[in-house]
Design a protein around this ligand. Structure first.
Ligand code: DGJ
Length: 712
C-alpha cells in the first residue's frame, strides 16, 4: 500500500503502510512534495544488530511487542478465561482499512484472533498541529479489561533534551529540563483533574533549543482527568513521545461490542524553537468556531477585594469604582450562596443566600449592568461540603471508594466530590445551574474546582474517567442551553488547564498567584500552549496576598497586559495618582487588545537571565507590542543592546516607548537617546543589532510599541 503522507505549515507525517502494520516513519519537517522509494532505502524498521529479532522492528502507530517493540507498549489489556485473567494480553494489530483526504486519515487495524480493533484518526491541522486519537473496540465475545491505550509519536534523532512543566498551587507551569537518556521519563497525573503540576507541554528538542531556535517535538494531552505523558528512549536508539489516560484498576472493562476512545494527543513540531510550537497551538485554537471573537472585556473579580464578606453596599461601591475605571465585566466570586460564610460549608446548596441577599442578586446585578458592565458569577458545581443541605439530603451523592454508605475520601478544603456519574446528582446540579442562568442575566461563569479527586469512585468502582466525561457533559449541556454564556475554567487557580476543558470553556484562570513576578513565569509557560486571549491575568493589590511581595502598579499592569486583562483588587480607595495610572493601563489594554489577542507570540532568547523580552507581532508584521521585563537585578552594569526578534526583516519600523511615557526617569545618568523620540530601523536591524535599553530596577518593566508607519 502507498505510504500515508500528510503535509501542512512546514510539518509532515509519513506513515508506511507497506507492511501489514502501520508504522510511523517520520513526524517532523516537511519532506517536500516527492518522496524517495521507501522500500529501496530500507528505512522501515532499520538494520538488525546481533542478538536481536530476526526481522526489523517497526515503530507501529500503536507500538506492540508482537512486532518486536520493547519500549512502552501502545496497548495493554487482557480478557478473562475460565475465571482467570490474562488471555489476549498481546494483540497483533494489522491494517484492515485506510482512508485519507490529504489532511487527515483514518486507519483501522485489527486482530481477529484477539477480537480487538483500533481505529486511529490522524489529522494534520492547517497550522501544522497534529492530532492523534485512537478508538478501541472489543469485537470478542467476552469482557476485555483495558489497562492502557496510548498515542505515541517518534522523535527525530536530534532530540536530546526534554523540557516539561510542573508546579504547585500559586506556582503553576514551572519549566524543568533534563537530557534524553535511555529509559522512560514519565509524568503521571493522579489528581483526577489536570493538576497544578501537569506537564501541559512535554517536549523533546535538539541540544540547547530555545524560544526561537532548535528543533522541537512537543505534545499536549487534551484530558482533564488522570493521565500519563512520557518520553521513552529505547535501547535500539529510538525515542518516542506520547501520552495516555491513566486508568484505575478495573476501571475500563469493555463488554462485547463496547469501545473506548482516547482523548486527543496534540503534537507540534518546529525547527525554530518553542515560539513556533505555540504558533501551531494558537492557530488551532483560533480556527475553532467557538473561539471567543468579541474583544476580551476588562474584568473585575471580587475575590481578593472582599473574599467571603459579601455586602450589597460594599459590592455596589466596588461596581461603581470599577465602571468608572473602564471595567467591562464584574464577577462575583465565592460566598453568595446558602451557608457559605467561609469555605467550611455550603457547596452544593446553589440557592442565593437570602440572609445576605434578601432581594436575590438582582440589586447587585442591576448596579453592574446599569453601569454598562456584564455580570459574572462564581460556581463550583462539581463539589459538595459535607456541611450542606444537599449532602445531608443525599449522602450517597458523595463520590468515594466504597459502595453506598462506606468510607469517604480524605477531605480537601473541607469538601468532597459530587458523584456526577450518578444521574440524579448530575441532573440536580444541571437544574440548579440552569435555574441561576435563567433567573439572572449572567454572562459569565467562573467555574471553579478546588480539590483533587482522590479515591474517586462510583458504586464502589474507580470513576475518574466517567466523572470527567460527566463534567464535560455538564459544561456542554449548559453551554447548549445558554449559548451566550462564557465560562472560565478555574481549579484552585490553574489546576485545570488543558485542551479538553478549553473545548468547552472560554478562558482559564492561570493561577491564584497575582504576584506579577511569579506571573511572568506562569504566563510565559502557560502561553506555550494557550493563547493570551484565553489566559486570565489580573492586577492584584500592591502587596500580593499569596507571596507578600510588593510591586508598583506599572509592573503589575504590564504583566497583566499580555493576557485576558482584569483586576482583583479593592479599587474603591486607590492611593494618590493610582486611579489615573490604572485608568491609563486599562485604556492601553483596550487600545491594543486586538493585537495582543490575535498576533504571534515572540519570546526572545536573551543571554541575561535577569531580563525577559516578550511581545506580540501582528499576523502581517506591521505592528507589535513588546515588554522588556527585569525579573531581578543583573550581573551586568547595563543591558546594552537588546535584539528584538520576530518582525519582518525588510519592513521599516518605528519603535516608541509607551510606558513609561517618553521622558520617564531611569536609574542612569544618560538613558539611551532613542527613548525620548523613538527609533526608526528595519526589522532585520532590530533582530540582528537591537536597540540599547535602559537600566531597569528589578521587578520593573517597560512597554514598546513597534509599527511600520508606511503600512498602518
Ligand atoms: C479558588 C480560586 O482559584 C480563587 O480564585 C477563588 O475563586 C476561590 N477558589 C474561591 O473559593
Amino acid at each position: 500500500m502507498e505510504p500515508l503522507y500528510l503535509r501542512s505549515a512546514g510539518v509532515s507525517l509519513l506513515v508506511d503502510l507497506s507492511a501489514d502494520e502501520p508504522a510511523i516513519l517520520h513526524w517532523g519537517a516537511d519532506l517536500g512534495p516527492a518522496l524517495p522509494d521507501l522500500g529501496v532505502l530500507g528505512v522501515l524498521g532499520g538494520p538488525m544488530p546481533n542478538s536481536a529479532l530476526d526481522s526489523p522492528v517497526l515503530q507501529g502507530l500503536l507500538p506492540q511487542a508482537s512486532s518486536g517493540w520493547r519500549g512502552r507498549p501502545g496497548l495493554r489489556g487482557h480478557r478473562m478465561a475460565d475465571g482467570r485473567p490474562g488471555t489476549d494480553f498481546s494483540a497483533r494489530l494489522r491494517i484492515a482499512d485506510v482512508h485519507s483526504d490529504g489532511t487527515s486519515a483514518v486507519i483501522t487495524a485489527s486482530d481477529p484472533d484477539c477480537g480487538l480493533r483500533v481505529v486511529s484518526m490522524l489529522t494534520l491541522h492547517d497550522g501544522g498541529l497534529l492530532e492523534v486519537q485512537h478508538t478501541l473496540t472489543n469485537d470478542g465475545g467476552t469482557d476485555y479489561a483495558l489497562a492502557e491505550l496510548a498515542a505515541v509519536l517518534p522523535v527525530g534523532p536530534e532530540g536530546t533534551e526534554i523540557l516539561d512543566l510542573t508546579g504547585r498551587w500559586c506556582r503553576e507551569r514551572h519549566p524543568q529540563r533534563r537530557p534524553v537518556q535511555q529509559g522512560c521519563w514519565l509524568r503521571s497525573g493522579r489528581h483526577g483533574r489536570t493538576g497544578h503540576d501537569s506537564a501541559l507541554l512535554l517536549a523533546v528538542g535538539s541540544a540547547g533549543f530555545g524560544n526561537r531556535h532548535g528543533k522541537v517535538w512537543a505534545v499536549h494531552f487534551a484530558w482533564s482527568g488522570d493521565q500519563e505523558a512520557y518520553v521513552d528512549s529505547v535501547a535500539d536508539g529510538r525515542t518516542v513521545i506520547g501520552a495516555s489516560e491513566l486508568l484505575g484498576s478495573g476501571e475500563m472493562v469493555l463488554a462485547p461490542g463496547e469501545s473506548y476512545a482516547t482523548p486527543a494527543l496534540f503534537a507540534a513540531y518546529s525547527d525554530r524553537g518553542l515560539d513556533d510550537v505555540s504558533e501551531a497551538f494558537y492557530a488551532w485554537f483560533r480556527a475553532r468556531a467557538q473561539h471567543p471573537a468579541s474583544p476580551r472585556p476588562v474584568v473585575l473579580n471580587t475575590w481578593e477585594a472582599v473574599y467571603f464578606n459579601h455586602d450589597l453596599g460594599v459590592l455596589t461601591e466596588l461596581a461603581a469604582a470599577a465602571a468608572d475605571l473602564g471595567v467591562e465585566r464584574f464577577v462575583l466570586d465565592d460566598g453568595w450562596f446558602r451557608h457559605r460564610r467561609d469555605d467550611h460549608a455550603g457547596l452544593g446548596d446553589w440557592y442565593v443566600d437570602s440572609g445576605i441577599w434578601p432581594e436575590g442578586l438582582h440589586p447587585l446585578i442591576d448596579a453592574v449592568t446599569s453601569r454598562g458592565m456584564e455580570f459574572g458569577l462564581w460556581v463550583e458545581p462539581e463539589m459538595l461540603n459535607v456541611d450542606s443541605d444537599t449532602a445531608r439530603a443525599h449522602p450517597d451523592w458523595i463520590a468515594g471508594p466504597a459502595a453506598e454508605g462506606g468510607r469517604l475520601p480524605a477531605e480537601w478544603r473541607h469538601q468532597q466530590v459530587l458523584d456526577l456519574v450518578n444521574p440524579h446528582a448530575w441532573q440536580y446540579i444541571y437544574d440548579r445551574m440552569d435555574a441561576l442562568l435563567t433567573e439572572y442575566p449572567i454572562s459569565y461563569l467562573k467555574w471553579d474546582q478546588n480539590r483533587d479527586l482522590l479515591e474517586m469512585g462510583h458504586a464502589g468502582r474507580p470513576s475518574v474517567h466517567e466523572q470527567t466525561l460527566a463534567a464535560y457533559r455538564l459544561f456542554d449541556a449548559l453551554k447548549a442551553a445558554h449559548p451566550g454564556v462564557e465560562i472560565e475554567s478555574c481549579s484552585s487557580g490553574g489546576a485545570r488547564v488543558d485542551l479538553g476543558i478549553l473545548e468547552r470553556t472560554d478562558r482559564i484562570w492561570a493561577s491564584d498567584c497575582n504576584d506579577a513576578l511569579e506571573r511572568q513565569t506562569i504566563q510565559r509557560w502557560t502561553g506555550m500552549v494557550v493563547p493570551p486571549e484565553l489566559v486570565g491575568s489580573h492586577i492584584g493589590p500592591a502587596t500580593s496576598h499569596t507571596t507578600a511581595r510588593t510591586h508598583e502598579l506599572s509592573f503589575r499592569a504590564i504583566t497583566a497586559l499580555f493576557g485576558h486583562f482584569g483586576l482583583e483588587w479593592d479599587v474603591r480607595s486607590l492611593a494618590g495618582t493610582e486611579r489615573e495610572e490604572l485608568r491609563g493601563f486599562i485604556a492601553l489594554y483596550k487600545k491594543h487588545r486586538a493585537l495582543i489577542h490575535g498576533g504571534r507570540m515572540v519570546r526572545a532568547d536573551l543571554p541575561d537571565p535577569a531580563l525577559l523580552l516578550h511581545g506580540v507581532v501582528a499576523g502581517d508584521a506591521t505592528e507589535a507590542l513588546f515588554a522588556l521585563v527585569a525579573v531581578s537585578t543583573s550581573y551586568s552594569e547595563q543591558p546594552g543592546r537588546v535584539c528584538i526578534p520576530g518582525l519582518a526583516a525588510d519592513l521599516t519600523y518605528r519603535v516608541e516607548l509607551i510606558y513609561p511615557a517618553a521622558g520617564g526617569a531611569f536609574i542612569q545618568s544618560a538613558p539611551p537617546a532613542w527613548l525620548a523620540g523613538g527609533a526608526v530601523a528595519s526589522g532585520r536591524f532590530l533582530a540582528e543589532v537591537g536597540l540599547p535599553m535602559p537600566i531597569l530596577n528589578p521587578e520593573h518593566a517597560i512597554v514598546l510599541h513597534i509599527f511600520a508607519p508606511d503600512r498602518i
